[in-house]
Design a protein around this ligand. Sequence first.
Ligand SMILES: NC(=O)C1=CN([C@@H]2O[C@H](COP(=O)(O)OP(=O)(O)OC[C@H]3O[C@@H](n4cnc5c(N)ncnc54)[C@H](OP(=O)(O)O)[C@@H]3O)[C@@H](O)[C@H]2O)C=CC1
Ligand SMILES: N[C@@H](CC=O)C(=O)O
Ligand code: NA
Length: 432
Amino acid sequence: MAFKIGLLGLGTVGTGTADILFNPDGRHPLLQNITISQVGVKSLEKKRNIDLPSEILTTDLEAIVTNPEIDIVVELIGGLEPARSLILKAIAHGKHVVTANKAVIARYGGEIFAAANEAKVYVLSEAAVGGGIPIVEPLKQSLGANRLENIIGIVNGTTNYILTEMTEKGSDFGQVLKVAQDLGYAEADPTADVEGYDAADKIAILASLAFGCLVKREDVYCEGITKITSSDINYAEKLGFVIKLLAIAHKVQSTTETQLQLRVHPTFVPTSHPLANVNGVNNAILVEGSPLGQVMFYGPGAGSGPTASAVVADIMNIVGVLNTDKTGDNLDSLLSCSPQGQGQISPIEEVFSRFYARFLCADVPGVIGHLGTAFGENNVSLESVVQIGFQGDLAEIVVVTHHVREGNFREAIAEIRSLNAIKNIPSIIRVL
Ligand SMILES: NC(=O)C1=CN([C@@H]2O[C@H](COP(=O)(O)OP(=O)(O)OC[C@H]3O[C@@H](n4cnc5c(N)ncnc54)[C@H](OP(=O)(O)O)[C@@H]3O)[C@@H](O)[C@H]2O)C=CC1
Ligand SMILES: N[C@@H](CC=O)C(=O)O
Ligand code: NA
């Protein structure tokens, strides 16, 4: 049986997807029976990097999602609207959907999966997290036997590329971001990348899958990389760390309740840690559960070809199931998504972390003692305090704490800010 695709979007990922589907030779035989019927874009005049029959291009995306000929709608336009409405309309018209849109799935996954289950269609989103790395389907299928507790990942290619270039070549933030945009890694509005919002979308999706409940996107604590300076990168190196933007989901199970800790922030990662060596556009996701232990997924997290590989894998998964179930009466329970209830989220103040903090202080006797007292009085125990040198006439002091409750650390910092000798606290970064 032949399957017809309606492709929404012919940008970085859409072009990569069309390129695979138009060139099936040497790939899985299922691809021989999949054709692109229509492609929806914003501009018909734009020069494309791929040769397509011009009659299949249209700006009428509604006509694609309602076209009775089309079996699978592949949404690669990005953004919240009209992407969400088009996905819902496609579902209402009985189409299966493949999407790379983490922003939509993280916010409207509950609504979309409920509609899909009702309409007995699949909505797959492997490309939404980790680009070309298989992580969404493994969480739904291969890891289902485990009780999952922890996910720690580098899930944004743009910021990992920027941090790697700043660390290895001392490159300027703005210039490297421009290169990441030119390479097709960044979101249409790169604020989503550099402020951590894209990584927050992705960890919300991973947590929903791993812990089987819906996670509210706004509950993910989020800090980006825009305040990271070359000084922090250099101090990290001196102390035996590299700085990475980590996305972390942790399930805390007590006898009475289950709470989730969800956060995205720049992190000092020890150079011996497996995530420390994940560089450039690569992503890696460490998943931990019982009885498996730890497993790490690694590979290209963004870019045309790798992301298209994940999109086409989703199309093939749907086609494979449709080839065996001709009636379509029952959804495959491993491929469909039915989150149970809403996850309870711990406030960031309750999370335990280590911290690195850099202080600029007047070079007066006793200042290190004052810092130590403020930390001690708030139950923040210190692993090291080092006076590194001077910036002008201000002494630069770097502190690394043991694992402490974030609320206590924040109270200590508030007290320290009010000390006369403390002139500035240029950086506070969590330590893995
Ligand atoms: N780039 C990457 O590496 C990755 C991207 N993703 C996700 O994939 C999706 C697509 O990203 P990407 O390919 O980079 O985006 P691009 O900006 O490169 O492409 C977007 C495409 O959608 C079309 N489009 C956008 N809005 C509309 C609209 N309102 N009506 C009609 N067409 C529209 C554009 O048309 P036109 O060409 O005419 O302007 C363009 O072809 C996003 O959700 C993104 O988050 C996921 C993983 C990796
Ligand atoms: N902008 C995203 C694209 C892939 O999801 C990233 O840089 O990771
Ligand atoms: Na993926």
